[in-house]
Design a protein around this ligand. Sequence first.
Ligand code: ZN
Length: 431
Amino acid sequence: MNKYKIIIGLEVHIEPNTKQKMFCRCQQDHFGKIPNSNTCPICLGLPGALPYINKEAIEKIIKLGLALGSKINNFSRFYRKHYFYPDLPKGYQTSQLDSPFCIGGELLGKKINHIHLEEDAGKLVHETIDGEKVSLIDFNRSGSCLIEIVTEPVFNSVIEVIAFLKELQLIARYLDISNADMEKGSMRLEANISLSLDGKLPNYKVELKNINSFKFLEKAINAEIERQSKALNSGEKLIQETRGYDEIKKTTFSQRTKADSHDYRYFPEADLPPVELDNSEIEKIKLKLVELPEVKRKRFAEKYKLSKEYTEILILDIKRANYFEEAFKLSPNLITSIANLMVNKNLDKDFSEPAGLIRKILELTKVDYANSSDVEESISKVLYENPDVIKSFKDGKGQVIGFLIGQIQKKLNGKGDPRIIQQKLLEKLHE
Ligand SMILES: [Zn+2]
């Protein structure tokens, strides 16, 4: 057992799926394009080029902030964060400092400090050409939108970090903000790690950079924890620095001593106006939120009473969750078979319509379909029992069909062919 308390804070970068980059009209999607083909004077940082703010990126970050319970700032502004690197042609990154779009928030009980918008840098590509080592720069990613989520130093284990990231990934997918795929680089991570004997935050932190897969993350953080605890045990004083992880040596190595924020000479971005948002605009974005994974998880557990594992697999993909619910409406008493075939055999991929899946289940279980007079009798009964629902249908609420089919299936013990039920039901409703 480690005698030290592990303290980890995260800086998570998510590349949102906007159409355009953060401050110009180049495409945000830079994946697989010919090097330097997705650029313009603005994202190349040419003198005199004037940036403008991507509204879609603001909407996405606010959606995320609302989902995580952040306070949305009515006044927000961009800053220039100065540093030199070949893939940053302007000599500064346009980012945010004291007035980010979202302040505070929480996920899985872990407190978030703030969420801000910034631009990404280009990419350095190291190659050997004619026996000579060269470094090339591809600016296709330069200036693309990035959302950064900065947490408080509140994680005490790698397991907590992974759980947090997986949930954040799921939320980003539910909200259609980003695929947040670590392996593809649309979610990246820096972890600030320190160890403490008395539980208080020590006066140093080590920033572990360029963490780009869940597997790598676990190994890299554990290696750094081990290095720090060995150093502390031998009486060594740890310093503030940035480190990378060497997968072959399975250790972390020093990259540079970490700059303090005053070293960046943050400076208000004079070419961009501050962003003022009134509450009615924020309310409008709130209306676009969908049911979040945690809420869906609880609702599924209560309503469908499936195992925890099944529920998790079904809610992992919002389309799949919706498909399951549609299939359930069509044949509530086949719920176990529906869940089994979706979870174990991925049959939802074979049938674009839930009705097809239900027919397959009936075939597999060799259930004889109810005969047509039974079907018609059940339809009549259900229509007789549900005058309000029929009224809603006639008022244009087509979605009540699913509910009616479910009720009819109940009477038929799930033995009805959903396609036939639907056809006959519609005939009756239109009579
Ligand atoms: Zn551009």
